[in-house]
Ligand binder design. Structure first.
Ligand code: ADP
Ligand code: ZN
Length: 681
């Protein structure tokens, strides 16, 4: 693992593994068959990229989306890794370069879509190439029952058997059936080591708000995050367009994305989102699968998602780089009605519909939660956790009240009108509002008439919404809009249990400001913008997505830690040797405000290592002795490469030093150098 850790720092610029990565990487390097289930953003790619560098031969990566493969390959090349992809989008030169690198044994990672495996030529080519490991991304695509089934994934099992090499499969989909299918189809039933990583994504902030002025709520959330890339999910296509226009009117860069658009237009939005810094995409759920952007800073739901699983998957697209990310989910009584109706109207068998209602209930429970939201979310996935401190409820514990009496009044109004009416009419009855309809039905003579005057109409709306959220009442699919009591409400009606309601979501004027937080302190913000500007300029010049230069997390660390030398720069997460060489000076210039003298490549290679400062001390000593101890000798100096070797190898005596420097130089500098080297020990 020492080799792996060194590569982690030098190539990828990471100082630590993310949870689970170390164990997985150890197993893959050791040549074991591995199935790793990690959440989005958990860092799956590293788990085959790093082993690929540590093992001899080529690692073949099978991955479903061509655009994503090409991006990964470019990112690897930026980090100095010999990677290539064979895809139908390749130019002839690109493919030729890949074959050449394969032929001379230089290539470490070869990316390919499973479709290619159908061709005999490809199979032959792979048999001759020195493939030593198969890595399968999005392994759940092999599952025939999943939504993402790709028939070509079924070819992978045969390829593994033919090449007889270890296979490492990765997915974020964890359920047991899918897992078993993956084992059966990819590993041919051979037992694989399974790694199951927790679901938590601690850097993602969770927040929900009841809809009050939804458009305004979303716009003010986006405003607080101005300039940062985000996604807003909406329930309908037309809403994506109106909301995108509203954002543009407010000076944001935003565009709509939905299934009704031409495929080419959708591709264009995906590509823009990937490359541009700070674009907002307003989308229906169709958006996401085709994007692999690690620095999406926020996700908002303008409407309630379909289920707790969709919610988790959609917010999970934010903050994959590990830097803070914001989310906000809006929900209202209309959303609940819409989602219930969608389930009721589906053609699925009744058990399936019941299960869908239950999954919706989980999400509503999360929306109306009165405790830490992350605890509620993780509990759904079977994980225990402490209050997170990174959700709206943790930050401002909700104010609650005993709502038992109010709920019983509402239930009684529902029952006395034979479960035949919707919220509007029920609230008229409760607040004693004598409308024509109330009089015509004789509801002004009910004992419940006017018993709820202690709450305003808006408050009653919120109470009904919370009752729907707690699944005490449901819209009746047979009677449009009418509310029915559920079994869960019976004990309340009988006075056996009470209900706690949130007070703070009742009132309009106590709307909580969506407190999206800044990425860095006020003091560091100007530097962060300057670093981003430099990144944008470099990305445009190189025709690369901005995050491939450095991602947000890296720029944030630079802004906070302000490295002033290559050594310090190398300690920043995401700065590897190759990136330091390509871009280090450019960013140091922004941070220190001055153009630094060019650094010798031999010295730069030592950046961030112990040998770096040692080199500087040797160079200083050499300068003092350039004309000898008495200052009258013929000038003499060591080459930068020699100094770097001395610093790295730390010879212990004159003999060893002489082997590096030769007699003459050892004579002049030897004593001084050895003193420095010994002092250092
Ligand atoms: P996944 O495929 O699991 O969603 P990725 O492999 O795309 O996640 O990784 C997400 C982001 O996390 C990438 O930007 C990657 O560079 C970064 N990353 C992965 N491992 C580490 C690590 N050990 N330290 C810091 N960043 C990491
Ligand atoms: Zn919390």
């Amino acid at each position: 693992m020492k080799d792996a850790e060194q590569q982690l720092a030098e190539v990828f610029g990471f100082s630590d593994f993310r949870p689970g990565q170390r164990e997985i990487i150890e197993a893959v390097i050791a040549g074991q068959d591995v199935l790793a289930i990690m959440p989005t953003g958990g860092g799956k790619s590293l788990c085959y990229q790093l082993p690929a560098l540590c093992r001899s031969g080529v690692t073949l990566v099978l991955s479903p989306l061509i655009a994503l493969m090409r991006d990964q390959v470019r990112a690897l090349q930026e980090a100095g890794v010999a990677a290539g992809a064979l895809t139908s989008h390749n130019s002839e030169e690109e493919s030729a370069a890949v074959f050449e690198a394969l032929h001379v044994g230089r290539l470490k990672l070869l990316y390919m879509a499973p479709e290619r495996l159908a061709s005999i030529t490809t199979q032959d080519m792979l048999r001759r190439a020195n493939i030593s490991l198969l890595a399968v991304d999005e392994a759940h695509c092999v599952s025939q029952w999943g939504h993402d089934f790709r028939p070509d994934y079924l070819r992978i099992g045969a390829l593994r058997a033919a090449l007889d090499v270890p296979l490492a499969a990765f997915t974020a989909t964890a359920d047991r059936e899918t897992r078993e299918e993956i084992i059966a189809r990819l590993f041919g039933g051979r037992s694989a080591r399974i790694f199951l990583q927790g679901f938590d994504r601690p850097n993602i902030r969770l927040a929900f708000e009841a809809k009050k002025k939804p458009r305004h709520q979303i716009l003010s959330f986006a405003d607080a995050l101005r300039g940062q890339a985000g996604i807003i999910y909406c329930a309908t296509r037309s809403k994506t367009e109106t909301l995108a226009r509203a954002l543009v009117d407010e000076g944001h860069v935003a565009c709509a994305y939905h299934g009704g658009m031409e495929a080419a237009d959708r591709r264009a939005v995906e590509a823009r989102f990937q490359h541009e810094d700070g674009l907002i995409v307003v989308a229906t759920v169709a958006f996401g699968m085709g994007v692999d952007k690690p620095d999406i800073r926020w996700v908002a739901h303008a409407d309630l998602p379909k289920s707790i699983e969709s919610y988790y998957q959609e917010i999970g697209r934010a903050g994959r780089d590990g830097a803070p990310a914001e989310t906000l989910t809006l929900y209202g009584a209309d959303d609940i009605r819409l989602r219930r109706a969608q389930i009721d109207e589906s053609l699925a068998p009744s058990e399936r519909r019941a299960a869908d209602h239950a999954r919706l209930n989980m999400l509503l429970g999360l929306a109306e939660a009165q405790v830490c939201r992350r605890q509620v979310l993780l509990r759904h996935f079977g994980e225990k956790s402490a209050p997170c401190g990174n959700c709206d409820n943790c930050e401002r514990p909700p104010r609650v009240f005993d709502g038992t009496t109010s709920v019983r009044k509402a239930l009684s109004a529902i029952l006395r009108t034979d479960q035949y009416f919707g919220t509007g009419h029920l609230i008229d009855i409760l607040t004693g509002n004598e409308t024509e309809k109330v009089r015509a039905c004789g509801h002004d003579r009910l004992p419940t008439f006017g018993v709820g005057r202690e709450h305003s109409r808006a408050e009653w709306q919120a109470i009904f919404r919370q009752m729907m959220g707690q699944d005490l009442i449901r819209p009746d699919p047979a009677r449009h809009g009418a509310l029915r009591m559920t079994e869960a409400a019976r004990p309340i009606l009988r006075g056996e249990v009470g209900v706690t309601l949130r007070r703070d979501t009742l009132k309009r004027d106590t709307a909580r400001r969506s407190s999206a937080r800044a990425l860095v302190s006020e003091e560091d913000a100007p530097l962060l913008s300057a670093l981003k500007a430099r990144r944008r300029a470099l990305a445009e010049a190189a025709g690369l997505p901005a995050y491939m230069i450095f991602n947000d997390r890296t720029l944030i660390e630079m802004a906070e830690q302000r490295p002033a030398t290559s050594d310090e720069m190398m300690r920043i997460t995401g700065v590897g040797a190759k990136k330091l060489e390509s871009y280090g000076a450019q960013f140091l210039e922004v941070i220190t405000g001055e153009v630094l003298p060019p650094e010798h490549p031999a010295r730069r290679k030592l950046a961030g290592r112990e040998a770096g400062p040692l080199y500087d001390r040797l160079a200083e000593a050499q300068l003092a002795l350039m004309r000898g101890a008495d200052g009258h000798q013929k000038p003499m100096r060591c080459s930068a490469a020699q100094l770097a070797r001395v610093a790295a190898e730390k010879p212990v005596d004159v003999a060893a030093l002489t082997r590096i420097l030769g007699e003459r130089r050892a004579e002049r500098f030897g004593r001084a150098f050895l003193e420095i080297l010994n002092r250092d020990d």
